[in-house]
Design a protein around this ligand. Structure first.
Ligand SMILES: NC(=O)c1ccc[n+]([C@@H]2O[C@H](COP(=O)([O-])OP(=O)(O)OC[C@H]3O[C@@H](n4cnc5c(N)ncnc54)[C@H](OP(=O)(O)O)[C@@H]3O)[C@@H](O)[C@H]2O)c1
Length: 291
């Protein structure tokens, strides 16, 4: 039995990883590393076997206690943390000091090609520290539609982005969580490899908008804007500047890149096809309807 620490446990992917570890009835001990244990206990009240430890990426004092007796870790980068030298360098040194040599890191598709993105820096730190690793590199989350973009959809009936006709590959976080759970549970079978996890469809925002409109009563529209205009609109809405910049890069740069690669890793791992957009939209369509 291994002790597995899950960081980002209450987020999109962490929550799915825990749900699937529970579903496969893992024999490993699962510990959620969270900032607020009481809040997390409420979130995970259906998982009585789950343990908790206080862990804060931004509070180095929490590292030693959280890493004690841990054998394996599910590591992610919370979206607002971009200073990797400041936060991840000390964390990964501590992971090494605690003789934890098994890390599943939630990276991003294409992380290997850009030295400037934070995920690339974290992957390099893991390698430099000679930890055994699995890099899970997902494409664009379908759930961005029901999280970061939902406010504009609900209040303005539009998706507003500087993405033009750029193609995105759309993956369901449930598929990522399931893959993450299997990789954590059977780490030895997959160690020291990187896996892209994608859906089967590349689609632009105009395309996805029209798929949504086939499923709902009151249509939404896709409004393409240039990056400067996007910045001004989001600034006016008081979005944090760092977040606006991340959103701009994430949605503007793909205009100049090739369409994303499509991987069959999820199917090889689980024997199932990943969720398609139509199924996802049908499942979530209540969220897209006019309130
Ligand atoms: N969105 C995409 O399309 C996409 C695609 C590929 C890869 N990714 C990558 O996926 C990662 C994000 O995963 P996600 O969507 O699951 O994240 P998320 O839903 O934003 O959740 C972030 C998690 O991190 C925790 N957290 C935040 N700050 C913390 C701190 N200081 N100490 C401890 N925990 C902290 C949060 O806990 P609290 O409950 O305490 O807030 C939450 O559990 C990012 O690295 C992103 O680049 C995203």
């Amino acid at each position: 039995m291994s002790n597995i620490l899950i960081t980002g446990a209450t987020g999109n992917i962490g929550m799915e990883v825990i749900r699937f570890l529970h579903k496969i009835d893992t024999s490993n001990r699962i510990i959620a590393g969270v900032r607020n244990i009481e809040k997390a206990k409420n979130v995970f009240k259906d998982y009585p076997k789950l343990d908790y430890v206080h862990f804060d990426f931004e509070d180095f004092e929490t590292f030693d206690n959280a890493l004690t007796d841990i054998d394996r870790i599910f590591l992610l980068r919370p979206p607002h943390i971009s200073d990797i030298d400041k936060y991840f360098k000390p964390l990964i040194s501590k992971i090494k000091k605690h003789n934890i040599s098994e890390v599943v890191f939630l990276s991003v598709q294409g992380a290997e090609t850009s030295k400037v993105i934070p995920h690339n820096k974290i992957e390099r730190l893991i390698n430099e520290n000679r930890l055994n690793y699995i890099f899970l590199r997902p494409s664009y989350f379908m759930q961005n539609l029901t999280t970061t973009l939902i406010n504009d959809i609900k209040t303005k009936r539009e998706i507003i982005l500087p993405s033009g006709q750029a193609q995105f590959n759309w993956i369901d976080i449930e598929n990522i969580g399931e893959a993450g759970a299997i990789l954590l549970d059977k780490f030895g079978d997959y160690k020291n490899q990187s896996f892209e996890i994608t859906g089967l469809e590349n689609e632009s925002f105009a395309g996805v908008t029209s798929l949504i409109n086939k499923a709902i009563e009151n249509p939404i529209r896709f409004r393409n804007v240039n990056p400067l205009r996007f910045f001004r609109i989001k600034k006016r809405e008081r979005m944090v500047t760092g977040m606006i910049i991340v959103m701009m890069l994430l949605h503007f740069l793909p205009r100049f890149q090739k369409a994303p690669r499509i991987s069959n890793f999820y199917e090889r791992l689980t024997g199932k096809k990943p969720t398609d957009l139509k199924t996802f939209i049908e499942r979530e369509k209540k969220q897209f309807e006019k309130q």
